[in-house]
Design a protein around this ligand. Sequence first.
Ligand code: ATP
Ligand code: ATP
Ligand code: MG
Ligand code: MG
Ligand code: MG
Ligand code: MG
Length: 247
Amino acid sequence: MAGTRFAYVRNFELPDPLLPDTYLVCRLDGHSFHRFSDEHGFAKPNDERALQLMDHAAKSAMIKFKDIMLAFGESDEFSFLFRKSTNLYNRRQSKILTTLTSYFTSCYVLYWSLYFPDTPLRYPPPFDGRIVVYPTECAIRDYFSWRQADTHINNLYNTTFWALIQKGGQTTTEAHATLRCSFPERFKKGSVIVRDIVRPIGIHDEQNRAESTELRNFEDVFPYSTYLRRPWSALSEMWKGSICASR
Ligand code: ATP
Ligand code: ATP
Ligand code: MG
Ligand code: MG
Ligand code: MG
Ligand code: MG
């Protein structure tokens, strides 16, 4: 087909490469989930099943896309951090964004009934997505701090803090004290999924031989694994106590 007189239309497809050697953050967000959560009877303000389903879809995406090093989720959104040196799809923006977004969405639908066994899906939920490139670790830390502050503000302050004051007659200090220990961590801080960098296993290590293929693949995918530890430790520090490790 390439040689036909029609082939010139291909020239209208413009390349869309992402800047090399920069961190890629891909953030997905459920479309109209205010309505979706109402129609599917989500508990308010935080439905644990819905959050677990989001985490499940995010873990599946991390298993498929090995260059995602960390994911942060809250409410109907998830942010995925790709390693700086990723060459996924030659860093073509629309290829990365559309494939990740549709994969996440497919997983959300595929695993729906595991978390909502008694609630049939009434219509297909779309997710939108965007990719932002960040040049520095500092900007990456600030990005995740920003999303986490959003979680905290939405869940803690806007809803309960003011309810305690206005309806419960508490002072601001009392309301702070009441809230400090009253919510599960994930409602206050969202969820974090970190890729574990696994130590390569020696060929003579009988005990772990069964796992060695998987680990070798893992190492193939992560030629720069030592280097990659650095942004982790900085980010992990931020989330002491709320990290859940995963492969
Ligand atoms: P948009 O299409 O612009 O993203 P939206 O309706 O999805 O619109 P968001 O700002 O993304 O608006 O907010 C998502 C909404 O989905 C929340 O305000 C909340 O009502 C609902 N929601 C998402 N996850 C949960 C959950 N786990 N438990 C309860 N409600 C949830
Ligand atoms: P890429 O991820 O690059 O798109 P691909 O494997 O999807 O890789 P395509 O060039 O998109 O490759 O080709 C799609 C392939 O899917 C076809 O070559 C064919 O093998 C298969 N396929 C798609 N639809 C059908 C169908 N209706 N019947 C049989 N095979 C199909
Ligand atoms: Mg949106
Ligand atoms: Mg939304
Ligand atoms: Mg949202
Ligand atoms: Mg195809």
